[in-house]
Design a protein around this ligand. Structure first.
Ligand code: ATP
Ligand code: MG
Length: 424
């Protein structure tokens, strides 16, 4: 993609009123635009990152049998009334009068969906009646709306945000827990592929369940959560439920039966994912039962599993940046390569075309009205993993300069050897 053709522009100054690093850098780079507090547009560059994250999530959800679907954002009151969650206060309610016939208006009670347990449970109850139909799991990647009082952390806490939510349905608690373990492993892969170190953390269930749940927490000083983490075995508990203290020895039983004994430390962290064993709370609310082999009726056992796409993106920027800009991990970078053209006549275009012919994603700085310094500053701000520089000087040697965003070393590489040099 040619930088001269991208409709957004980078800025040197931090946007007014943004205190968090992820919002500052993502807005300066033209990845996102703040429309309102906690409400962001994903601009072309930011949308590329979001799509890479969702592609990874899709692959891992499909690999554990998740069936992708897409549920409505408008959720009628009857759904949340069934579980007593209409008045939880998290949702934006729409209490407008809407026409039901040409002459008749009716008050319609909707909330903008902030989670979809009720919606999917009611639908599943219409299709599933026998043990033969179970287990199954389905997910969506969709916009959620929450009336967050503290929308000041950029993409970390939006009032409107994209979430992947997966729901699973089982004949027994054991079967649910087995699948829960598979989701846990899938989540570990997702965060690892996104370049994040996320700790599996025991937590409370909030508005979802009375059971303990599990969160995936990324260590960061700007995180709103506090966890107690064992340095040795990486066991972690959210401080909301934990009785652990800093300096204590980790009580976890290791597979050999011994106590771990590692040092517990307190850390600030960002919750990027959350998985919930739901039991039968939602199936009971919708009288959702299945018939077993002998004709007996039982409530369906459920789990639900969320990941915030913008939260993952924001957390990545929080943990992977320097004073010059973002440092994208390889798998979720908007482009593999940022090609800076310093020639007078756009001679870098040949290099650009060679690379895209090899399926390398290139952001090509073809601008003629910017200084070299401005172009380098933008390359650092935008944070693609590799920066290439083409100039009259490098072309004399049939070469380009190669520098990794995360390092300082600059190498001159022959154009014909460039593809090999880019593959690590
Ligand atoms: P939090 O505790 O941070 O308020 P939550 O526990 O209410 O979040 P869940 O309902 O578990 O969130 O949502 C699943 C995932 O969606 C979270 O792990 C997080 O990644 C993301 N998420 C939740 N709320 C927001 C938000 N306001 N903005 C962006 N992402 C969010
Ligand atoms: Mg949570």
């Amino acid at each position: 993609m040619y930088i001269s053709q991208i409709f957004t522009k980078t800025t040197k100054e931090n946007p007014a009123g943004e205190v968090s690093v992820n919002a500052q850098l993502l807005e300066r780079g033209g990845f996102v635009y703040k429309n309102s507090a906690g409400v962001y547009t994903f601009l072309p560059l930011g949308w590329k990152v979001a799509q890479k994250i969702t592609a990874i999530i899709r692959e891992e959800m499909n690999a554990i049998g998740g069936q992708e679907m897409f549920m409505p954002a408008l959720v009628e009151k009857k759904y949340l009334d069934a579980t007593g969650r209409w008045d939880v206060g998290v949702g934006f309610k729409i209490l407008d009068k809407l026409p039901v016939t040409d002459s008749e208006l009716q008050v319609t009670n909707f909330v903008l969906g902030w989670t979809h347990e009720e919606v999917i449970t009611e639908m599943a109850s219409k299709f599933i009646s026998s043990y033969k139909d179970l287990p199954f799991s389905a997910y969506q990647i969709q916009t959620k709306f929450r009336n967050e009082p503290r929308a000041k952390s950029g993409l970390l806490r939006g009032r409107e945000f994209m979430m992947k939510d997966l729901y699973s349905f089982h004949t027994s608690e054991e079967d649910m827990l087995e699948y829960y373990g598979k989701v846990k492993d899938a989540y570990a892969k997702i965060f690892e592929r996104c370049g994040l170190k996320a700790y599996y953390t025991v937590a409370a269930g909030g508005d979802f369940t009375a059971e303990n749940t599990h969160e995936f927490q990324v260590l960061s000083e700007v995180g709103e959560d506090t966890i107690f983490l064992c340095e040795k075995c990486e066991y972690a508990e959210n401080s909301e439920i934990s009785k652990l203290k800093t300096g204590e020895k980790c009580p976890t039983r290791l597979p050999d039966g011994q106590e771990c004994g590692g040092d517990i430390k307190e850390e600030k962290s960002i919750e990027v994912g959350n998985i919930f064993p739901l039991g039968t709370k939602y199936s009971d609310a919708f009288n959702f039962k299945f018939t077993d082999e002998k004709g007996g009726k039982h409530s369906v056992v459920m789990g639900s599993y969320g990941i915030g796409i913008g939260r993952v993106m924001g957390a990545t920027v929080e943990v992977s940046h320097d004073d010059k800009g973002i440092i994208w991990p390889d798998n979720i970078t908007p482009f593999n390569v940022h090609l800076v053209d310093l020639t007078k006549n756009g001679e870098g275009k040949d290099v650009y075309e060679k690379l895209i012919a090899k399926n390398i994603e290139v952001l090509y700085d073809d601008r003629t009205d910017k200084t070299a310094g401005e172009k380098f500053a933008d390359a650092d701000l935008l944070g693609c993993p590799v920066r290439l520089v083409v100039s009259e000087k490098t072309l004399k040697e049939n070469s380009v300069e190669v520098k990794r965003r995360a390092g300082d070393e600059i190498k001159l590489v022959l154009i014909e050897e460039l593809e090999r040099a880019l593959v690590r």
